[in-house]
Design a protein around this ligand. Structure first.
Ligand SMILES: C[S@@+](CC[C@H](N)C(=O)[O-])C[C@H]1O[C@@H](n2cnc3c(N)ncnc32)[C@H](O)[C@@H]1O
Length: 248
């Protein structure tokens, strides 16, 4: 999976490239992360990337030209490396809210360019001319697109085959099968008078799998009934699941 990221703060991405699962995937070449600073593509000596908004108002606006020149450089790199250019995605509060499904879609693209906004906004003409999709982290505003981009990249990188130590863990994550994850326990067996459920200590794999599925269904019904509805609509619930849900 290749990511090209347009950002005024490339150093921030060391949080992704130097730590944990994403750092290992980066080192192993499973996640190819290329950082592009629009200041490097400015023609003026002051490396100006922003200016005041037409119509007035607070805050600065990212100019179209340095961003577009950065995209030209990215496309030239794709061509010289024989890589097909994927979609161009702007991080924006106005965008579609990111989800596990979108993470899977991005993995299937194989290549994605993220544009990290800063300041008050990005010049609309840049968006109209270049952006294929806009993604949001949720209905709140952060100071720049870097943290949303890193979060989304982490979610995609976890899905790359071989990126996780235990190949099964991504499959068992919340949302992968349309439901929330079941509860987990580790040693000691009794902690502050609270015991690990007996079924997990018995070593009976089928019973453990049933218990986990039921806990997953129970938790999802309680916390996110909307997910149960879509799992049902998408044919992800078995007859046994439906029988169990009726008992709750
Ligand atoms: C301070 S914000 C600009 C907010 C903008 N004035 C608004 O009200 O929609 C600067 C940049 O942070 C990023 N950003 C902020 N909140 C975001 C969110 N919820 N999801 C994705 N990106 C976000 C965007 O790239 C945005 O251009």
């Amino acid at each position: 999976m290749r990511f090209d990221v347009v950002t005024l703060f490339p150093e921030m991405f060391s949080a992704l490239t130097q730590w944990g699962i994403t750092g290992r995937a980066y080192e192993q070449g499973l996640a190819n992360i290329n950082l592009w600073n629009p200041r490097d593509y400015c023609s003026d000596p002051r490396k100006t990337v922003d200016d005041r908004a037409y119509g007035g108002g607070p805050g600065m606006v990212m100019m179209a030209k340095p961003l577009e020149d950065t995209l030209f450089a990215i496309k030239a790199a794709h061509q010289s490396q024989n890589v097909a250019s994927g979609p161009i995605c702007l991080l924006a509060p106005q965008g579609e809210i990111f989800s596990q499904k979108i993470a899977k879609d991005i993995l299937n693209y194989g290549n994605l360019t993220f544009i990290c906004g800063r300041y008050e906004a990005v010049d609309q003409r840049f968006i109209d001319r270049n952006v294929d999709l806009q993604l949001s982290m949720g209905d709140f505003v952060v100071s720049g697109g870097e943290l949303p981009a890193m979060t989304m990249m982490d979610a995609v990188i976890r899905l790359i085959p071989g990126a996780l130590g235990d190949g099964d863990s991504a499959i068992q994550d919340s949302f992968m099968n349309g439901l929330l994850d079941y509860p987990h326990y580790t040693r000691p067996e009794i902690y502050e008078n609270l015991s690990v459920p007996d079924v997990l200590l018995g070593g009976h794999h089928a019973k453990i799998a049933d218990w986990r599925r039921q806990k997953s269904l129970e938790l999802t019904l309680r916390l996110r009934p909307d997910l149960i509805k879509s799992a049902r609509a998408n044919g992800l619930l078995s007859k046994e699941d439906e029988q169990f849900l009726r008992t709750l």
